[in-house]
Ligand binder design. Sequence first.
Ligand code: GLN
Length: 447
Amino acid sequence: VQDYLQQIKAYAHLNVFNEVFEQDALASAKEVDARIKAGNAGRLAGMVISIKDNICYKDHKVSASSRILEDFTSIYSATIVERLLAQDAIIIGRCNCDEFAMGAANENSFFGPVKNFADETKVSGGSSGGSAVAVQANMCHAAIGTDTGGSVRQPASFCGVVGFKPSYGRISRYGIISYASSFDQVGTLTRSVEDAALLFEILAGADEYDSTLSQKPVPPLANFKSDTSKKKIAYLKEAITSPGVDEEVKNKLSSYIDKLKAEGHVVEPISFEYLDYLVPSYYILAMAEASSNLARYDGVHYGYRSPNATDLTSTYKISRSEGFGKEVKRRIMLGTFVLSAGYYDAYYAKAQKVRKLIRDKTNEILKEYDFILTPTAPEPAFEIGKKEKDPVVTYLYDIFTVQASLAGLPAISLPVGNNTNGLPLGLQLLAGGFKEEDLLNFSEYFL
Ligand code: GLN
């Protein structure tokens, strides 16, 4: 813990943590040491973990990197926090992220952007940017993030770490601040696939506080073995042909395709017929759900209340106007619009139908193939401030990650080396529903 605290202090300018639980972490470390000596320590004893600042931890502040949750303290812990602590993990702090997890560059945080450890002029990715850099910069052993449309996988690829999002319904969302509930999933940022498998075993599984969870048994870490059998893998043709994908990203993908083929795996190009509809349907649905979820921040129940409010209506209006950032307000307005009586059928209902088509088609592909291989993001980390002005450009960045989210499937971003400027590159592997074991076992191939 002391080593990590030192590193956190030395690189405080990267803006990774919204709060470091220094005293808490040191005190827990002493207790865990005692349990290790007594021979009754948990399976994560000594594992120092940071959590994204949208995960509730009893008696600790949680902000979702928003002003609207200023000075709000959790009165209970998320199920995943309980499970980590029950196994003697030590939680070292809460990490910066995009406000309410809305973003792909960690530039929408009330507390400012997180800088990439590989190049401080570049973004960390988002929305779990702080969690990714915390692992990249050795400020903890592993980090917990959330992934609604790519928020664990994309920052993992920008920071050269492993980012794993299990199937929808695997890990409890109880105590996670909601963004878009039919997509939100907890995921892990780790240095190895084995750590991802270990945390998956600890965190996943039924929870009476989250009725969307599957009762399917969770594979134990003992099942985790590097799988060298021959696979059938599809890759998106457009990832190689589209002008929107960076040349070095394309080359990296191509080199893996060639290598896999040379070693006897079947690797074939596919065209996904709904490719152009992935990002629009994701954003319509995510914004609709967000507008509904964020209605609870009314200046009365939680966090920030404007000192300029004079009555109930102005408490709602002014507190929300002052408490939410620009991107969050944009999404609340668009989400409200697509849910409104006159436009519901044209946008929200239609996007739901498209989501079903995307899910069915993706599952059909995954009946024929073991995995779908894509880049995680079309480009490596970009310059801080470069894309901030055009939200649509940033939304299109999610082209490869939202398919797994729309279909509720497990996917992982694997670090596959750096580009010529020393920026990390990531490839994404997507598997069939609840096939985390197959996915993790084959992921070793890339590391
Ligand atoms: N970039 C996507 C969005 O802004 C994904 C965010 C996430 O997964 N939380 O919605």
